[in-house]
Design a binder for this molecule. Structure first.
Ligand SMILES: [Zn+2]
Ligand SMILES: [Zn+2]
Length: 196
């Protein structure tokens, strides 16, 4: 398990797209999950101040509660990402014709007409292949056919894509406040559960 897999990808909260350091730990989060690993070399604490306190509180977990857990991954069927056409890279820019509204307004002496912008098909943004990592597929070029596959671990419902990250030998977990606390390969982390 690689702690870096828990970083956000293309998140507008850019501090989530990179690991940060707190109290000698390298931490990664995408907003729904948080994972950390102790580093032997002391890094400089550079956690964004808006999350430092909360992350410290979350990292303060009861290690005596861990129990070995094993589970079968559900079959996750993949399909080509339509946004980046499977390349894993695409760049979004605001549509110039509608200025990001997705609609254009045309007025003459009699009336005003509002219509879907034909340049961007009403999306308000133009996607061109290449450049940045595709947010839709995290740069893999593939997305889950059914985005809503979930499974229950220790009575916490989590998304299949997160189960995939922690799956494997040596996994230990427990439930705490509707969150799944996990530990494997020296990485400890928290996955916020989904509502039923
Ligand atoms: Zn994509
Ligand atoms: Zn447009």
């Amino acid at each position: 398990m690689n702690v870096l897999d828990f970083c956000g990808v293309g998140d507008i909260r850019t501090y989530l797209n990179e690991p940060f350091y707190i109290d000698g730990n390298i931490c990664c989060s995408n907003g729904h999950i948080l994972a950390w690993r102790h580093q032997n070399e002391i890094g400089t604490d550079d956690a964004p101040s808006e999350m430092k306190q909360r992350v410290r509180e979350m990292m303060n977990i009861d290690h005596s509660k861990f129990k070995p857990v094993s589970f079968d991954l559900p079959v996750i069927e993949m399909r080509k990402c339509r946004v980046c056409e499977g390349t894993g890279k695409c760049t979004r820019s605001i549509c110039e014709e509608c200025d990001g509204d997705g609609e254009v307004e045309l007025c003459n002496d009699y009336n005003c007409y509002c219509d879907e912008c034909k340049s961007c098909d009403g999306d308000g943004q133009i996607i061109s292949i290449g450049g940045d990592l595709c947010e839709e597929c995290n740069g893999s070029g593939e997305v889950q056919k059914d985005k809503h596959i979930r499974l229950k671990l220790c009575d916490v419902i989590i998304q299949a894509k997160y189960a995939k990250l922690i799956h494997g030998d040596g996994l230990e977990c427990f439930k705490h406040d509707e969150m799944l606390i996990f530990k494997k390969d020296g990485v400890t982390g928290i996955i916020v559960g989904c509502r039923e």
